[in-house]
Design a protein around this ligand. Structure first.
Ligand SMILES: Cc1cc2nc3c(=O)[nH]c(=O)nc-3n(C[C@H](O)[C@H](O)[C@H](O)COP(=O)(O)OP(=O)(O)OC[C@H]3O[C@@H](n4cnc5c(N)ncnc54)[C@H](O)[C@@H]3O)c2cc1C
Length: 600
């Protein structure tokens, strides 16, 4: 099994050529985020993830997290030292404000560290990811008192966080959440109810677990508008900051899952005995609204898992393809036993993984950059534009990389042949781990509906039209670059035409028949992402082309970048046109067969 090599060159290339890292460093508060400092931090982060975290991935999968007889979640033994080192090194603090002990880097820098963490050990990485969500909730919506008590410990990762939304009857539809919050005379609330599927809902790595819980107060109307957000610590915190009594949050059971075995997925009971004490976060009835303000970054972090795990599986497949001999490659002497990497079909699989990975990285990092600008730019118009871009791209960044995560880890298994299906080779774990990402944080079906129902109509369709035009404008630069990028240019022309056609059809059909628009949502999201990926690959090819002509001649990484972008344009981008039929197919055929007739 291959070790993990952090893709530092590619991460830095994207941060330098696709994301404007230097531009972010010119914003107030980010002055210390100049490329040299950031790249130094990435080198160090990469070393930590590869040397300390990555070796625990397979061990965690085998050992898993288990619930002891006395109701304590016990994590894999190897995780204890890793978590301690993670806290000591301060990796959780990268993108948070210095006044609470954070390092004050842009979100996109935090995300690049997070990519390497998730690739090293996805199950482990979910703990800091959920903590990040809790930090954001308290930072954006919590009172000063809550911030003073909880933020620093969460940012150092001495305490971890959870997001408690789901209940057995309330998954995609949170409007039917039943957990109750009863106001008390002292201003706190008593929380009672059961939450399911809570990631890292309890564990033995941190002294306290801080739950962010969606619940309904007595005056909360039915539906999402009646929900409020509460902070419920596993252990109550005394006035002097020390830990006090436990807070009546019990682990009912742990789920037995396909993958991410080391991530404890808990059924949690709140207030079965004396009642759990909760503190209101933000205003009453604004629980869902407040969740939505964190949703962009949480969805981006899950999309990132698709990218990260694809990268890890690709590295395994690439190594295996250079060790395994089978068959005779065309053009070699009779009797030759060739490496499988010499066969066109294996090359195709590897190039597919590589090209999608590079496209996904640019998409996700650009999305994060837009969030940084939206929060920190001094100019209101620049902030608004960046927010619109982040809003438009978020469903793409969540759904496309997580769908591809499943497809590309499956391809990695295919490169291994039969050994890929055997657990010992290690690549099967990536496939099992990757499968959850299209489901949680809003299923990919929900993302597609968000794209079509909420994002396309942004500013009367101007946001999507402006973005497509921006992508189309690359044509002039590609034309100037000449013959070497000619296939990228023609691929993009075709892709933009198809995307425009599909978008216009949806704009019209969405008005006429909403079911047709909803039926089109998933193929449309794929089509949109495929073309957007093509645009990012074209931009990378142009940057590599310029660098090669300006002093970096002979740089193999840059040469490979152009070839990979050509492969994307010639072999992956044309798939967008094939989706047009599915987009325009309408809902009628989906409903012609009655449910009773769908059986055997
Ligand atoms: C390992 C794991 C970890 C998780 N971690 C957390 C966590 O930390 N915190 C938390 O709160 N939750 C967590 N979840 C829950 C997760 O977010 C939900 O499973 C997810 O939102 C889907 O809800 P559901 O399982 O009830 O599926 P359902 O909502 O029942 O959906 C079933 C299918 O129907 C589709 N569907 C549903 N509604 C519609 C609609 N209106 N239109 C079209 N299609 C629709 C869905 O896309 C899906 O394909 C986790 C789940 C798992 C498995």
């Amino acid at each position: 099994m291959a070790e993990y090599t952090p893709p530092l060159r590619d991460i830095k290339f994207v941060l330098s050529n696709i994301v404007d890292l230097a531009g972010l460093a010119s914003l107030e508060g980010f002055e210390h985020s100049d490329p040299d400092t950031v790249f130094g931090a990435l080198d160090e982060g990469g070393r930590f993830m590869a040397e300390v975290v990555a070796p625990t991935n397979a061990i965690g999968d085998k050992e898993g997290s288990v619930l002891s007889e006395d109701g304590v979640v016990v994590t894999p033994e190897a995780f204890k030292a890793v978590y301690k080192s993670y806290v000591e090194a301060g990796w959780g603090a990268v993108p948070f404000p210095p006044e609470f002990g954070g390092h004050g880097f842009p979100w996109v820098v935090g995300l690049s560290i997070q990519e390497m963490l998730a690739a090293s050990n996805m199950a482990f990485s979910l703990n800091p990811m959920l903590t990040q969500g809790a930090i954001e909730a308290v930072l954006l919506h919590g009172s000063e008192e809550l911030q003073a008590v909880y933020l620093e410990k969460l940012i150092t990762a001495e305490w971890s966080g959870t997001m408690c939304l789901t209940e057995s009857q309330a998954g995609s539809d949170l409007g039917v959440v039943r957990t109750k919050a009863m106001p008390q005379d002292d201003g706190t609330y008593r929380i009672t109810g059961q939450k399911i599927f809570i990631t890292w809902g309890d564990h033995d790595l941190a002294d306290n677990v801080i739950h962010l819980v969606l619940a309904r107060t007595p005056d909360g109307k039915p539906g999402t508008k009646g929900l409020s957000m509460f902070l419920v610590p596993k252990v109550l915190v005394n006035a002097d900051g020390s830990l006090g009594d436990t807070n009546d949050v019990t682990v009912v059971s742990l789920e037995h899952k396909l993958g991410i075995h080391a991530s404890p997925t808990c059924v949690l009971a709140f207030g079965d005995n004396e009642g759990s004490i909760g503190y209101l976060v933000g205003e009453e009835f604004e629980g869902m609204k407040n969740m939505f303000t964190m949703m962009n970054s949480a969805r981006l972090s899950v999309g990132l898992q698709g990218l990260a795990i694809s990268e890890r599986a690709y590295q395994d497949a690439l190594q295996y393809a250079q060790e395994r001999k089978q068959g005779r490659a065309v053009g070699t002497e009779p009797g030759t036993n060739s490496l499988i990497i010499e066969h066109p079909d294996v090359r195709r699989m590897l190039m597919t993984q590589r090209a999608y990975i590079e496209a996904m990285r640019s998409l996700i990092y650009t999305n994060a950059e837009a969030m940084d600008v939206a929060l920190n730019h001094p100019d209101e118009e620049a902030r608004r534009e960046a927010m619109e871009l982040a809003d438009l791209l978020t469903p793409l960044s969540k759904a496309w990389p997580t769908d591809l995560g499943v497809e590309l880890t499956s391809l990695a298994i295919q490169v291994f042949g039969g050994m890929g299906y055997v657990e010992e080779a290690g690549v099967a774990q990536h496939y099992r781990d990757a499968r959850i990402a299209p489901i949680y944080e809003g299923t990919n079906g929900i993302q597609a509906m968000d794209l079509v129902g909420r994002k396309l109509p942004l500013r009367g369709g101007e946001v999507v039209r402006g973005f497509i035009q921006r992508m189309a404008d690359i044509d002039t630069e590609l034309a100037d670059a000449g013959e070497e990028l000619a296939s990228i240019r023609s691929g993009m022309k075709e892709g933009i035409a198809v995307l425009t056609d599909a978008t216009m059809w949806l704009a019209q059909r969405g008005m006429e028949n909403i079911n047709d628009a909803l039926a089109a949502a998933t193929p449309y999201l794929r089509l949109f992402s495929t073309v957007t990926g093509g645009w990012f690959m074209a931009r990378q090819a142009l940057a590599a082309h310029t660098a090669l002509n300006n002093g970096s001649a002979g740089d193999e990484y840059l040469q490979a970048k152009i070839v990979t972008a050509r492969f994307y344009a010639e072999q992956l981008l044309p798939q967008a046109a094939g989706l047009l039929g599915a987009v325009k197919g309408g809902a009628e055929v989906l409903f012609e067969i009655e449910p009773g007739m769908l059986g055997v």
